[in-house]
Write a protein that binds this ligand. Structure first.
Ligand SMILES: *Cc1c(COP(=O)(O)O)cnc(C)c1O
Length: 401
């Protein structure tokens, strides 16, 4: 062990602890679901992305088991060197028709879909214009590209601020960039609000830019059967690049880029995580096909997701909590003070609710919140128990304040 490295690591970790930014995952001892056991305690899980309850759905499990018997556990290679099995191809065809696009290319995660696609479609003659609240994987993908993108150069617009976006586009046209890409989350992962995609698309068309939307939190949540924000807003054919995740509502793991056939061909040749990282196990692809079957044929999970979402927001509002105008299942419960939110997270766990505090720097200073995510997997009892825990914790915190 190198002493310099070890002492540097120790120092850095201590800094994180001092700043209350240190993370230590709790251990799940049961399958993903509305009520789980974690670190030896039964809790209502209000922090899972398993929106539709598909992560442990009997049909999805059965498909994975069947594929395991038929195909074995691994693909054995990267996709383009003999690692593409018929089941991978079938998944991409199913996703393309689900999304109403010419073609889909699957990556091993949403994160790698961003870091593979964004730099592949940009050169040093291009510019990327970003919403200031874009997800970390978009930011990393943008940083890997040779295009202009920096906030300090004026290429990041205020959250959903269409006037600022248009000013960026005009400035980019004046500067003579070759291609201009606007990139945004479809549903913002911390506040649960929806990007004004119709306005973004109209501005892109007016100023000759193209649009990439990251629909990780819209997949399975918004649009027809959960097809995402492009479907939700009726913008078929007008969003150039859509990213979806297979890890959240679809319940398994993976990410994909949906767009034109040419885009897919290009990414097969130039998307580095596609080129240099091994294909999904075949049971992953098979489970995802089964998850799509459920989404396309059984409206129950999406209906339960949305009825639970409305119920949960109304319960919180009735009890006097501020849910910060969220429009989707992602429901922040506002605490403001960082310490209060972090204390609340610990106290909620003791009261039987797992929900994480989101604090600076993930969100602005003094805007700390507990982020809750109701799902199709929650029962009325789960939500009632969770609300009671929130009320008890708030009462305890105000006594201590
Ligand atoms: C979760 C998330 C991703 C990453 O998706 P994974 O499939 O989990 O890698 C990308 N973008 C956004 C906006 C996300 O919320």
């Amino acid at each position: 062990m190198n002493d310099r490295l070890q002492s540097w690591l120790g120092d850095q970790i201590q800094v994180l602890k001092d700043q209350h930014l240190y993370k230590k995952p709790r251990i799940l001892e049961t399958p993903a679901g509305g009520r789980v056991r974690m670190d030896g305690r039964e809790v209502v899980n209000m922090s899972s992305n398993n929106y539709l309850g598909l992560a442990n759905h009997p049909k999805v499990r059965a498909a994975a088991q069947e594929a395991l018997e038929k195909w074995g556990v691994g693909a054995g290679a990267v996709r383009w060197i003999g690692g593409t099995m018929a089941v991978h191809q079938e998944l991409e065809e199913r996703l393309a028709s689900f999304k109403h696009v010419e073609a889909v290319l699957v990556f091993t995660s949403g994160f790698t879909a961003n870091s593979g696609c964004i730099p592949a479609v940009l050169t040093d003659k291009d510019v990327v214009i970003s919403d200031e609240l874009n997800h970390a994987s978009i930011i990393d993908g943008v940083r890997l590209s040779p295009a202009s993108y920096k906030k300090s150069d004026g290429w990041v617009y205020g959250h959903k601020d269409m006037n600022q976006l248009e000013a960026c586009l005009k400035k980019a046209n004046a500067a003579g960039f070759e291609k201009k890409m606007i990139i945004t989350d479809g549903v913002f992962s911390m506040d649960g609000d929806i990007a004004p995609l119709p306005d973004i698309v109209a501005l892109a068309e007016k100023h000759d830019a193209f649009v990439m939307v990251d629909d990780a939190h819209a997949s399975g949540v918004l649009g027809k059967n959960g097809a995402g924000t492009t479907s939700h807003f009726g913008l078929y054919g007008r969003v150039d690049i859509q990213l979806g995740t297979l890890s959240k509502a679809l319940g398994v793991v993976g990410g994909y880029i949906a767009g034109s056939g040419l885009l897919k061909e290009w990414l097969i040749n130039r998307g580095r995580p596609y080129l240099f990282s091994t294909a999904h196990p075949p049971m992953v692809a098979a489970a995802l096909i089964a998850a799509l079957d459920v989404m396309e044929n059984d409206p129950g999970p999406m209906e339960r997701l949305w009825s639970n979402t409305k119920k949960w927001k109304a319960m919180l509002a009735d009890a006097g909590f501020d849910t910060m105008g969220s429009e989707t299942p992602i429901t922040p419960v506002y605490f403001g003070d960082e310490r209060a939110a972090q204390d609340a997270e610990r106290m909620l766990f003791d009261e039987g609710v797992y929900a994480l505090a989101i604090v600076f720097p993930t969100v602005g200073r003094g805007k700390a919140r507990i982020r809750t995510m109701p799902s199709a997997a929650h029962t009325d009892q789960d939500l009632a128990d969770a609300l009671q825990a929130f009320v008890r914790v708030r009462d305890k915190l105000s006594v201590n304040a």
